[in-house]
Design a protein. Structure first.
Length: 278
């Protein structure tokens, strides 16, 4: 049996702790696998693991470092990750002036709608979903522009928090997973909209619809027709804006529509900075 000198072992341990934390991208999701995981936590929120892993969404505008935590086999574990630079391009669009330079009445409406929507991001309940999610259209065309730094009529605005699918008006829009329609509304920017709560802090959004076929409070199954593609709200033409908020964070929906194995892993299944049981 080979014996490692104590000094070499201490040096290796010191080097491991001195190493930079893993880098993650804004608007992405990372997973930390492990047997016996009881709960996951970050940013003051705690949630149940999904099968044998904790999934951590990284908000689109996150920066600096994030502390990831989990409870496993009766002990607390933590891992620090660093958010990398913003990788998304700029997108310039021309829309009606009233959609950029809001009147006092429209501004008051938007502020009221934003307060109503913000309350949804605090919802945490037992998860009712499995990954990957189903597509919100029967046939998904190339979609994107997630995270794009949007400039409307020459004026910078918030980055794009979803993906856009350009399809014909009237195309059926489908529920990406079982859930409850927690909000069905006509909003200034997103137009006719549906918000589904899938439990586990996961909410999907469907914007710019021409019609809606569900009501607030209605429970729907995966694949249920929610409505049809339109161009309501601030839109340059018929398309579906599909968005995801997970534990309040804006993440690229494409990550949850693809294979789970493609989601970035951090840490290792069994190693972490362990803290005393409490």
């Amino acid at each position: 049996m080979t014996t490692i000198p104590v000094g070499a072992a201490l040096l290796a341990a010191a080097s491991a702790f001195a190493a930079d934390p893993p880098q993650v991208g804004p608007g992405t999701v990372v997973r930390w696998r492990g047997d016996g995981v009881e709960s996951c936590s970050s940013g003051g929120r705690t949630w149940a693991p999904t099968v044998d892993a904790c999934y951590y969404p990284v908000d689109l505008t996150a920066s600096g470092t994030l502390e990831l935590g989990r409870r496993r086999e009766g002990r607390s574990e933590s891992l620090t990750v660093r958010v990398g630079p913003y990788p998304y391009p700029e997108q310039r669009l021309e829309v009606e002036d009233r959609m950029v330079n809001l009147s006092a009445e429209d501004l008051a409406r938007v502020e009221r709608e934003n307060r109503e929507i913000a309350a949804l991001w605090q919802r945490e309940s037992p998860p009712r979903f499995t990954l990957p999610l189903a597509g919100p259209l029967a046939a998904l065309p190339a979609g994107g522009r997630f995270g794009a730094r949007r400039v409307f009529n020459g004026q910078p605005r918030s980055p794009h928090g979803g993906v856009d699918y350009s399809v014909a008006a009237g195309t059926p829009v489908l529920a990406a997973e079982e859930g409850v329609a927690v909000l069905v509304a006509d909003h200034f920017f997103s137009g006719t909209s549906v918000y589904l709560d899938h439990g586990g802090g996961l909410i999907t959004m469907y914007f710019h619809l021409s019609r809606v076929d569900v009501k607030s409070g209605e429970r729907v199954a995966r694949g249920t027709v929610l409505g049809a593609v339109g161009a309501t709200g601030r839109a340059t033409g018929p398309h579906l804006h599909f968005g995801v908020r997970w534990h309040g964070a804006r993440v690229d929906p494409a990550l949850l529509l693809g294979p789970v194995a493609a989601i970035r892993e951090v840490g290792s299944p069994a190693t972490a900075e362990r803290q005393p049981s409490r």
